[in-house]
Design a protein around this ligand. Structure first.
Ligand code: HEC
Length: 118
């Protein structure tokens, strides 16, 4: 009379274990998006950031240089993305420190990606 119960219990337990063992869907983070060299920096967006914040010193596109700031053409041969990113975040005078007051971390990454493309 009770012979069926253990079997039912075993199956219920098995079903529970199986469902419990289904791998959870791991949410993707955006930390790995973009290329490893620019850490997701968007050079197209960075171009606008450059025009608005950097061109007065470094020239209209940055490649030619301005009265105050040096030309940034081939900057990628002097500094890699990470170095440009940290330089913009903490530059030496007379270059102004625009981060974090005027530029977000994302804007700095974008403009760094733009500078690296010159
Ligand atoms: C007030 C003028 C000024 C502004 C605005 C300015 N810079 Fe500069 N920047 C300079 C000067 C001057 C130097 C050279 C400093 C030195 O070599 O010690 C420099 C150096 C740099 C360098 C390093 C160049 C090298 O020697 O390899 C980078 C990269 C750079 N600037 C990017 C930017 C970006 C991007 C912005 C905008 C977010 C910006 N700068 C805004 C004046 C400016």
């Amino acid at each position: 009379m009770y012979r069926g119960f253990p079997l039912y219990a075993t199956m219920a337990l098995a079903a529970l274990l199986i469902s419990g063992c289904t791998p959870a869907v791991v949410a993707k983070t955006d930390t790995t998006s973009g290329t490893s060299t620019t850490l997701g920096g968007d050079k197209e967006a960075g171009k606008l950031v450059f025009t608005n914040n950097c061109s007065t010193c470094h020239g209209p596109t940055g490649a030619e240089g301005g009265a105050v700031g040096p030309a940034l053409k081939n900057e990628n041969q002097r500094m890699d993305f990470a170095a440009v990113d940290s330089w913009i975040k903490d530059p030496a005078p007379p270059m102004p420190k625009l981060y974090p007051q005027f530029l977000s971390g994302k804007q700095v990454r974008d403009v760094a990606a733009y500078v690296e493309s010159l």
